[in-house]
Design a protein around this ligand. Structure first.
Ligand code: CTP
Length: 405
């Protein structure tokens, strides 16, 4: 997908992340995109119109009632001349304004006047992001067709707080823009696909949990690749440090039981891909209070019980999707173990990867997989997790072609 020649209207909201908008403009212009910027009054407290204008090589629009601007371009033309409107950073205020139809400055007026798709990259303090008002606004905006990229979890620039609210990185925003402007045929349009990704956290007490090293990169990349092919993707993600993929509805869970409940609520679906590294066991009990060290008593004995197998549950479900894809992370006897899982879990494919492989699949960016099905074993060369995702999405599209919607 090439972005060359595309026109983007970038609305820069007021927040520390506004400095990342400068890099975003650079990245877009490197790709031949024509960027025109609108800055809110708050944005101008963080970066200057001079920097934004220099990078975009265009006039920067700031005022709704600027006679010159209205005479030359006008807010309606400004909102329609682009192929896409991108809001980065999208503040809680800008989200609230659009969700409720306010139009009292240039940015909010352009957003409500446009007939083009809108992509928002939220950035705010984690408390503001998790506030019911912001969550409500986000749900409204999604229903209205606004696309989102991020936010990610991480350290906040302005405080020692960590949590969800950090703006997606400029290259993630570029990828989301590419996905939205991609006009190639969408073989998975009209297909609902469930994807699980990331680890699960199984609590021991309020501060401790059992986890694993899964980063969620592969599962998230698969969700994004399926969305690029037009699928309605529902990603059920365990706790990860990466942004929600663009164009995907992401549900966040902590434990295997929560993941299972969300996945089952999402049935029926056309396909399901189980990329999550679900904890096989959990502590039978989770203490309400932090477990204290008691002198002379030694460490507590954890009584472990098995978690439900989500893949197997769906693979044998009465509402089983037409296509069920599982993963197998093995350190030895890769193909034999994957074949056994195929049968036991009721999957059509198992994407088998050797986790003993050099460089470490878990957390890394590359992967070498084999696709195990009843038809045999297909060995794929080592490639990036994004490439594995793209190929797997194409394979899923191919397999679903013969299934009537
Ligand atoms: N899986 C699942 N629910 C679980 C455990 C695993 O949905 N409770 C799914 C994973 O998402 C993956 C597949 O099952 O698609 C294989 O998981 P893996 O951990 O490799 O297999 P296990 O069946 O747990 O076998 P083992 O750990 O003995 O290799």
């Amino acid at each position: 997908m090439t972005l060359s020649g595309k026109r983007i209207l970038l609305i820069i909201g007021g927040g520390i992340a506004a400095y990342k908008a400068l890099d975003l403009i650079r990245r877009l212009r490197e790709r031949g995109v024509v960027v025109r910027a609108v800055m809110t009054a708050a944005a101008r407290e963080f970066v200057t119109t001079l920097s934004v204008g220099a990078l975009s090589a265009d006039h920067v629009f700031t005022d709704l009632f600027d006679r010159n601007d209205e005479h030359d371009v006008g807010h309606i033309r400004l909102s329609r001349e682009a192929d896409l409107v991108v809001v980065a950073p999208a503040t809680a205020d800008l989200m609230a304004k659009l969700a409720n139809g306010h139009a009292n400055d240039l940015a909010s007026t352009v957003l409500i006047a446009t007939d083009k798709p809108v992509l928002m990259a939220p950035a705010m303090n984690p408390k503001m992001w998790s506030h019911p008002a912001t969550r409500r606004n986000r749900a409204t905006l999604q229903k209205d067709g606004v696309a989102f990229v991020g936010p990610a979890k991480g350290e906040m620039a302005e405080s020692n707080e960590a949590g969800e609210g950090r703006m997606a990185e400029p290259l993630e925003i570029v990828a989301a823009i590419e996905a939205l402007l991609d006009s190639r045929p969408k073989p998975l349009a009209g297909r609902k696909i469930i994807v699980t990704s990331g680890p699960t956290h199984e609590p021991i007490d309020p501060v401790r949990y059992i986890a694993n090293r899964s980063s969620g990169k592969q599962g998230h990349a698969i969700a994004a690749a399926l969305a690029r092919l037009g699928a309605d993707v529902r990603l059920v993600s365990g706790p990860v440090g990466i942004a929600d993929p663009a164009g995907v509805t992401t549900l966040h869970v902590e434990t295997a039981n929560e993941m299972k409940d969300e996945v089952e609520k999402l049935l029926p679906a056309d396909a399901a891909v189980f990329a999550a590294a679900v904890a096989d066991w959990r502590s039978e009990t989770s203490a309400d209070e932090k477990i204290k060290k008691v002198a002379g008593e030694g460490p507590p004995a954890l009584q472990m019980i098995e978690n439900p197998d989500i893949l197997s549950g769906v693979g044998h479900h009465r509402k089983r999707p037409s296509l069920v894809v599982g993963f197998a992370a093995e350190t030895r006897d890769l193909v034999r173990n994957a074949e056994a899982k195929l049968a036991k879990k009721g999957a059509d494919f198992i994407v088998a990867n050797d986790v003993s492989h050099e460089g470490g699949v878990m957390g890394g960016d590359r992967n070498r997989v084999r696709i195990v099905s009843k038809a045999g074993v297909d060995e794929w060369p080592e490639m990036s997790k994004d490439e594995v995702a793209t190929r797997l999405a194409a394979l899923i599209a191919e397999r679903l072609k013969t299934v009537v919607v």
